[in-house]
Design a protein around this ligand. Structure first.
Ligand code: PAF
Length: 280
C-alpha cells in the first residue's frame, strides 16, 4: 500500500491512475478502523480498479474538544488492517496540510442540518462537508463509500455533492454490527466492559420499535423507546427521532411519507453513540 501525506503528491498520483483509465474508489475515514470500515473498502475493491482510504481526524467537525482529544488514534494497526484488505493507497495528512488557513466556508443545508446530530452538535456538519469537499478535490474518485450508521452525514454529503456539482457516485453501505447487535463504531473502543455489555440495548430498542410500528403511534413509539433506554443506569438519551429518509424531518405518522428511519443518539458515560433502523 502506498502511503502519502501531502495533497500535491496524492492528487498527482490519483490523476496519473485516472489517465490510465483506472476507476478509483474512495473511503474517507478518521482512522481507528473497524470491520465496518473494512467492509467499505472490500466493496470499493470489488467495484473499482484502485481503492484509496484517507485517515484524517478532522478537528473542525468536533464541537466538543474532549471528544476530539479522546478520539482513538491507532495508525499502526489501521495500516495493517488496510493492507489486509488490499487497500492500494492511504492518504494520511497532518492538520496543517489540510488547513493551512482558517476555514470560512459556510454551507446552507436548508433543514437537513437542523435536526438530530445537527441540532445537538452545532457546526459539526459544516465541518464534515468542508473536509469531504476538500478530500474529494484531493482524491478525485469515481465512487465514494459511506456507512449508513451516520445516516444524516450521508444525506449531508449527498447534498454537498449536489451543491458543489462534484462528479462522484456516493455509495451508501449497510451498518455493520457486532454479534451483540451493537453498531460498529470507532467510539466503541472507549467503552468500559460494563458499558459494552449495556450498549447493545440501543439496537435492541430500535429493533423493537420497528416491530411495534403497527401497534403504537410515532409519539408513543418515541416515548416507549426513550423510557426503555433509560431503564439502564448510565444510559442518557440525547434524542430519539422518527424522520423521513429524504429530508430527515420528524414525522407524526409512519404513513405520512414513503420511507422512515428511527435515529437515536445516547451517551453511555462520556461516550456518545448513534444508531438507526429503517422502519418502512
Ligand atoms: O464518518 C467519518 O469518519 C467522518 O465524518 C468523515 C466522513 C471521514 C469526515 O471526516
Amino acid at each position: 500500500m502506498k502511503i502519502i501525506k501531502t495533497i500535491a503528491e496524492t492528487q498527482s498520483y490519483i490523476n496519473a491512475l485516472k489517465a490510465e483509465n483506472k476507476s478509483i474508489g474512495f473511503v474517507p475515514t478518521m482512522g481507528a478502523l473497524h470491520e465496518g470500515h473494512l467492509e467499505l473498502l472490500k466493496r470499493s475493491k470489488k467495484e473499482n480498479d484502485i481503492s484509496v482510504c484517507s485517515i484524517f481526524v478532522n478537528p473542525i467537525q468536533f464541537n466538543n474538544p474532549e471528544d476530539l482529544e479522546k478520539y482513538p488514534k491507532t495508525m499502526k494497526t489501521d495500516i495493517e488492517k488496510l493492507e489486509s484488505v488490499g487497500c492500494d493507497v492511504l492518504f494520511a495528512p497532518e492538520v496543517n496540510e489540510m488547513y493551512p488557513d482558517e476555514v470560512s466556508k459556510e454551507y446552507d443545508f436548508g433543514g437537513l442540518d437542523k435536526v438530530m446530530e445537527g441540532k445537538f452538535r452545532p457546526g459539526h456538519f459544516n465541518g464534515v462537508a468542508v473536509v469531504v469537499k476538500l478530500l474529494f478535490d484531493i482524491v478525485p474518485a469515481h465512487n465514494a463509500y459511506f456507512g449508513e450508521k451516520d445516516f444524516q452525514q450521508l444525506a449531508i454529503v449527498n447534498e454537498m455533492v449536489r451543491q458543489e456539482k462534484i462528479d462522484i457516485s456516493i455509495r451508501p453501505c449497510p451498518i455493520i454490527r457486532e454479534k451483540s447487535g451493537l453498531a460498529m463504531s470507532s467510539r466503541n473502543a472507549r467503552l468500559t466492559d460494563k458499558e459494552l455489555a449495556i450498549a447493545p440495548l440501543i439496537y435492541h430498542t430500535l429493533f423493537a420499535v420497528k416491530n411495534k410500528i403497527h401497534e403504537l403511534s410515532v409519539a408513543e413509539l418515541k416515548k416507549w423507546a426513550i423510557n426503555e433506554l433509560h431503564q439502564v443506569e448510565g444510559m442518557e438519551v440525547e434524542y430519539f427521532e422518527i424522520v423521513d429518509t429524504v429530508k430527515l424531518q420528524p414525522v407524526n405518522s409512519i404513513h405520512e411519507v414513503e420511507h422512515t428511519v428511527a435515529c437515536v443518539a445516547a451517551f453511555l458515560g462520556k461516550v456518545r453513540l448513534i444508531d438507526n433502523i429503517r422502519l418502512s
